[in-house]
Design a protein around this ligand. Structure first.
Ligand SMILES: Nc1nc2c(c(=O)[nH]1)N[C@H]1C(S)=C(S)[C@@H](COP(=O)(O)O)O[C@H]1N2
Ligand SMILES: [Mo]
Length: 210
């Protein structure tokens, strides 16, 4: 049933269909929810975001937080919706995952910058994200990963992310439930194989679209 729903949802998914956004004044701080993959200590001076593309193409690149900050800055006030039944409007700042894919060329088979409109067949199928210790991991379909509201965030409510909310860098993806909004990203891997997903392995919906 979940897979049937996913096929339907993916057919009607459009990059132009946006999750609702709100005024900055409507934003609150959400509760801390989930600490899987955050329990081990993290040396922020040694942290790097590892981005891995298809084998053969430019395979592996490392980014510092300052590198991420050179990408166009995006601010967004959107809802974080947890599958447990609560939601909160949150103000975020960061960079689009699509812009990182553009710079690195790691989301395509050819190694060229991702171009979902005129070169869609060159895109790999999925993005796999995991914490540095690999304890928490999520899989995303490529259309959702490259959606314009899918952000790599380093600020929340106008301040740097706190460790409990995913410092130094977390995923914010309002077209998905909270479970996909992975905190403390270590690695982003683009692949044609459907990635493992922590909560899908425990019976939740792999797609988890909103
Ligand atoms: N690394 C990691 N990321 C995670 C989780 C987690 O347990 N570990 N929980 C997820 C869930 S279920 C939700 S609802 C959101 C909550 O984000 P918040 O703690 O910033 O409110 O983080 C998501 N990202
Ligand atoms: Mo959640």
């Amino acid at each position: 049933m979940l897979e049937f729903n996913e096929r339907l949802a993916r057919r009607v998914f459009r990059a132009s269909r946006r999750s609702p956004e709100f005024s900055r004044a409507a934003a609150r701080m959400p509760r801390v929810n989930g600490s899987i993959g955050l329990e081990s200590s993290l040396d922020l001076t040694r942290w790097r975001l590892q981005v891995i593309g298809a084998a053969g193409a430019r395979a592996r690149r490392l980014f510092t937080l300052d590198d991420i900050k050179t990408l166009p800055r995006v601010e967004m006030t959107a809802e974080l919706r947890c599958i447990e039944g609560w939601s909160e409007v949150v103000h975020w700042a960061g960079a689009r995952l699509a812009d990182l894919a553009l710079v690195t060329g790691s989301a395509t088979r050819s190694g060229r910058p991702a171009d979902p409109i005129s070169n869609a067949h060159d895109l790999l199928g999925y993005a796999a994200l995991e914490t540095p210790d690999r304890e928490y991991y999520v899989g995303l379909d490529m259309a959702s990963a490259l959606h314009p509201q899918t952000l790599l965030c380093h600020e929340m409510d106008g301040r740097p992310l706190t460790p409990a909310h995913g410092a130094p860098l977390r995923l914010v993806i309002p077209v998905k439930y909270g479970i996909k909004n992975l905190k403390r990203i270590g690695t982003i891997r683009f692949t044609d194989d459907r990635p493992a997903d922590y909560w899908a392995e425990r019976g939740y919906d792999w797609y988890s679209g909103l």
